[in-house]
Structure formats: C-alpha cells, structure tokens
Design a protein around this ligand. Structure first.
Ligand SMILES: Nc1ncnc2c1ncn2[C@@H]1O[C@H](COP(=O)(O)OP(=O)(O)OP(=O)(O)O)[C@@H](O)[C@H]1O
Length: 285
C-alpha cells in the first residue's frame, strides 16, 4: 500500500498533503436513517447506516437498484439530509452543497451551448471569482490536459463522444480542487473500452491528487480495480451497509496483473455471493 503520510507533488506541480494519522475520521456517516414521505406513508430507505472514510481513500458503493446509494451519497454532497443521524466532514455536519464536495453524474450535466473550456471555466470562476483570469484559464487548460482533452477544448458537448463528455465532467469537478469527489455511476453509460480507459485515467488522476473518492457502481470488476474498500449495501427498504470489503491490491494497479491474482476471484465471488445469493433482488443492477 502507498504511504499516505507524506507530502508530494501532483501533476500540476502543486503540493498536496496526504492524510496524517488522526483519531477523528475524515468523513463520518453516523447512524443515518432516511425516511421519505410518500402517498402510501413514510418510506424508510436507509436504516442505521454507519461508515467512516479516511482522507484520500477510494470507496466504491455497490448494491441493488433502489437500495439508497444515491440517497446516501447525496447526503455527503449536501443535496439531501438524514432524517436522523449525522454526516460529518472533518467533524462538521454537512448542511449544504459546497465546492469541497464535487459530484460527477452519469449523464455528464454539461451546458450544451458551451465549449469544454467554457464549461470548466464557468465552474472555476464561480468558486474562485477573485483569482486572476489568467490563472483561472491555466487551471482549465491544465485540467483538460489531465484528462487528455487539450486539443478538444473548443468543442461543445454535442461534438464530443460520451467518453469525452465524461472526461470534461471529471476535469470540471477536479478543477475546483474538492476534498471529496463523488461519482454517481460515472461510467454506466459508456462502452466497455471507453469505460476501461476512463477507469485507468481516473486512477492516475486520483494517484496524483489523492482527494477522497466515493463512487457508486454496479460493476464489481470496476470496484475491484479502483477502490480501497467496497461498501456493499443490503436491499431496501431499511437498507444498511451489509459489509465493507478491503481490496488489498497494491498500487499503482495493473488490470491484467490483478486479474491473474487468485485473490481477485475470491473477492469477486464473495461480492457476487453477497449481491446475488445473500441479498438477491429481482431488480438486478
Ligand atoms: N424524494 C424521494 N421521495 C420518495 N422516495 C424517494 C425519493 N428519492 C428516492 N426515493 C426512493 O428511495 C429509494 C432509493 O433511491 P436511490 O436513488 O437512493 O437508490 P439507488 O440505490 O441509488 O438506486 P439506483 O441504483 O437505481 O440508482 C428508491 O426506492 C426511490 O424510489
């Protein structure tokens, strides 16, 4: 495993400080219950969810459709709130969305009439209005280059492939320098080859930046390639975290090397058994 207790430099030449050992978890989800009011009465989606996340960890969350994964991560992004319990970032309750927690959705959420450059610039300008314009433009260019889109900055979303659009979304989120990057099935709409390419890029960027990542996926192989831990949720209603699987593969990760490791299949089978035997569900993700 990598040493997280050191200062290093990322690809943009800016220093970052990785997590130091601390008793207080970076992100705490404490006994969270979420009840939605519905026409048929209260609907308890999450019931007693507890999770501690360390700074710089890469966490994947898996569970059947409708178990409450987005509900849970929306509480970290600040778009949703627990009915009871608490979500704390660095000890402070999350009360609203903020630039320290950026979200990337499956459907890109880019402004269609703006270029890749403009989409990112607008976000950077909104969060850092007082930075000199030249610096903001440099941040945009650096982040487009980071996701391999230096030559596509003048393209509008309609002129880009799904993979390119998702690269812009990821670059836009990272350009804000969030503490937490929240990815809600970011590669779900992409073909297999593009998905693998973006997984590799995401890992490289995360290796360089080391923000904390929370990512929803339906793909066990994706989780085993990317994550430090796989959070497996039980079915809703009243969903909980069933188990948290530690993913022990050393970094930087090489997909073919991991897949030759007998442990890979043990972990994969364990997660499959969790999802399709122990917590089987008609609506398979
Ligand atoms: N605002 C709301 N009011 C009532 N019910 C809601 C609301 N938002 C979500 N739900 C319900 O809560 C449950 C969990 O939804 P959520 O989107 O969090 O699940 P999910 O695990 O992310 O699903 P998927 O994998 O399909 O995206 C679902 O049954 C959904 O219909």
């Amino acid at each position: 495993m990598q040493n997280r207790n050191s200062t290093a430099t990322n690809t943009l030449g800016k220093p970052f400080v990785a997590a130091t050992t601390s008793r207080r978890p970076f992100l705490e989800i404490k006994d969270v219950t979420k009840v939605y009011p519905t026409k048929k009465g209260p609907f308890t989606v999450l019931d007693g969810v507890n999770l501690n996340v360390e700074q710089g960890e890469f966490i994947c969350v898996i569970g059947h459709s409708g178990c409450g994964k987005s509900t849970l991560l929306n509480m970290v992004s600040g778009f949703n709130f627990p009915t009871s319990g608490q979500v704390l970032l660095e000890g402070e309750p999350i009360t609203k969305p903020g630039p320290d927690r950026m979200v990337v959705f499956q459907n890109y959420a880019l402004l269609p009439w703006r270029t890749a450059f403009e989409n990112i610039y607008l976000a950077v300008n909104a969060v850092y209005p007082n930075k000199p314009q030249a610096e903001k433009r440099a941040i945009v260019r650096d982040h487009l280059a980071m996701v391999g889109l230096a030559d596509a900055m003048e393209k509008k979303p309609m002129q880009m492939s799904g993979g390119m659009r998702q690269r812009v979304s990821i670059a836009r989120a990272l350009a804000i320098r969030p503490k937490v990057l929240i990815l809600d099935e970011p590669f779900g709409a992409l073909d297999a080859i593009t998905k693998e390419e973006l997984q590799e890029e995401l890992l490289k960027i995360w290796g360089d930046n080391r923000c904390t990542v929370l990512m929803i996926t339906h793909d066990i192989d994706e989780a085993l390639f990317l994550a430090d831990k796989l959070v497996m949720m039980t079915n809703g209603p009243h969903a909980k975290i069933g188990e948290v699987m530690e993913i022990p593969f050393s970094r930087p990760r090489d997909r073919s090397r991991i897949m030759e490791d007998p442990q890979y299949y043990q972990l994969r089978n364990y997660a499959l058994d969790f999802l399709f035997n122990r917590f089987a569900h008609d609506d398979v993700g």
